[in-house]
Design a binder for this molecule. Structure first.
Ligand code: ADP
Ligand code: MG
Length: 237
């Protein structure tokens, strides 16, 4: 019954209206699970930031997103909430393997994102791991094997995809590129292309950037489907 209500609410969102959604100001108004809401509340999050208002309802509709918003605008929750909700709605269990992958340009950012995820996800039962190297590949693989959500740097996850037998990405539901502009600036374009080559094309992709993201659409293998552009950088916002 709860799920049914959730679905009814989700379908009320028209993605074309997403840029003018102004009636949502608090997380409690979003069509999200009570576990996720509890996690957000216990971490002290009450009201959505601009980028969260504009992108979360669209992401919850399973649409691909290209979002840009300045540093400090709250992009982390803008993708972590849709990740948790997607797995929840797909009735993901800890035995279903990797459902979500977040690519971060640096280890530091990957660690920060992981910390936010463990905070807001503490009432959900998904497992999550960090993939950032610095250790023996086999040692790391044993720790990320069968995790439901991975936060990874591009170079290291590619090493696993190329070399770690048993890292199964075939069921991946959602891919996030955080700071996509920086990932490209740091010279990860080829690595990214190779990573995408390993992933199933039938997934949702969310791309976040501090600057305009259109240049990234030339990544041949991103296979975005009708991406929705979300932007909070102009003055009218
Ligand atoms: P970005 O990735 O856009 O640079 P972050 O996701 O790192 O921004 O968030 C920047 C800061 O804002 C963090 O300290 C985070 O805890 C805080 N923050 C994010 N969303 C909210 C919110 N809805 N309410 C209050 N603080 C928030
Ligand atoms: Mg960020």
């Amino acid at each position: 019954e709860y799920i049914k209500n959730l679905e009814a609410q989700i379908n009320d969102f028209n993605p074309n209206d997403s840029l003018t959604i102004s009636n949502i100001s608090q997380f409690s108004q979003l069509p999200i699970s009570k576990e996720t809401l509890r996690g957000l509340t216990s971490a002290g999050f009450v009201s959505l930031t601009d980028i969260q208002k504009k992108s979360i309802p669209v992401s919850l509709k399973n649409l691909d997103i290209l979002a840009s918003a300045r540093t400090g605008s709250g992009k982390t929750l803008a993708f972590l909430i849709p990740i948790i909700e997607k797995l929840y709605r797909n009735q993901w269990t800890e035995y279903d393997g990797l459902g979500a992958l977040v690519l971060s340009p640096t280890r530091e950012l990957a660690m920060q994102t992981y910390e936010v995820l463990t905070k807001i996800g503490k009432y959900n039962s998904f497992s999550a791991g960090l993939v950032m190297g610095g250790k023996d590949l086999k040692f790391e693989k044993d720790r990320i094997y069968k995790m439901n959500i991975l936060i990874a740097t591009p170079g290291r996850i590619l090493q696993h995809l190329d070399q770690s037998a048993g890292l199964d990405v075939s069921n991946l539901q959602i891919l996030v590129l955080d700071e996509a502009d920086r990932i490209l600036d740091m010279g990860f374009k080829l690595a990214l292309d190779s990573i995408l080559n390993h992933l199933p094309p039938t997934r949702q992709t969310l791309l976040f950037s501090a600057t305009q993201t259109k240049s990234i659409t030339d990544l041949a293998r991103l296979s975005l489907i009708n991406p929705q552009y979300v932007d909070t950088d102009n003055l009218s916002n």
